[in-house]
Design a protein around this ligand. Sequence first.
Ligand code: BGC
Length: 350
Amino acid sequence: MTCIRAAFKSALAACGFLLCVCLGGCGKNNIEEEVKNIKIGVTVYDQYDTFVSQLIDRFNIYASDKEAESGIAINVEVYNAADSQSTQNSQVETMIDDGCDVVCVNLVDRTEPTTIIDMAEKNDVPVIFFNRELVGEDLERWDKLYYVGAKAFESGIMEGEIAAEVFKTDADADRNKDGIFQYIVLEGEAGHQDAIVRTEYSVSTIVDKGVEVEKLNYAIANWNRAQAQTKMSQMLGEYGDKIELVLANNDDMALGAIDALKAAEIIPEKWPVIVGIDGTDVGLEAVKNKEMAGTVYNDKEGQAKAMLELAYELATGGSLNGLELEDGKYIRLPYEKVRAEDVDEYTHNK
Ligand code: BGC
């Protein structure tokens, strides 16, 4: 089991101090209360996933900020499940045994949350699932289960809009001038909500925008750059310059496609239009360089912040009222389209 400890310890926590906390409007009756030491356990399906690791970096930064702001020590422990659901189940057990107040779970297998839910309920430890969405019925199984993520269909629609706009405005996009956008799709893991929905909506949106499309092929590359490079190299071998558009379910796979084009020594003027999703640092860089026509920003900052605020309130027994939970359980952040002209806004401000 890989355990990446990101422990934030304040002087207060280290000493286990009692503090006078001014409650109820700071009147004369100061109430003496023990300062709470919050412990948040986080387990990710794969620590090498670019998007997830950047989200966790942000989570750690926000935890640190919140600790400074609140004066309450926030200890975050991050575990890597390394793509094994049984490893992840054991990690959650360890976190509960270690006294975590809240557990944040990026499920390995989004159809297998039962063991985790049962352990959490038995020990009364709330769970925030994130990024890999379990089915609604599972989230309904206990009232202290939450989900933080994004609206998957929105990202597909935006990716399709970017592709359609390029086809309509850039005469070179239709390489063979047949008026049809010949495309391939690089898909994330089979069964992942974002992979299924992004593929479906990106293509249907291009068509809705009045652009005729022809699917040449698709390949599952599991969100992974190296796998996408391999799959793209194979498709380049098969279809060559017939490929006019690469719809990648995420930026890492779009970058894998670019790696394949570079490895095949194809000059950029002859590249297909490539669109991704995420706006990871490397993805934004490729949009800036015009290697990718655009990406769709998957708001890792917003998701990390929402997770941290929710975890904090749950751990301190605070109010969830300010958190805008849909159905009392979901926080979904919106996506945003990013073209070369918008990219600085994301690289500088986020
Ligand atoms: C992201 C991918 C990531 C996946 C992991 C998706 O929402 O767009 O980049 O690999 O989540 O679950």
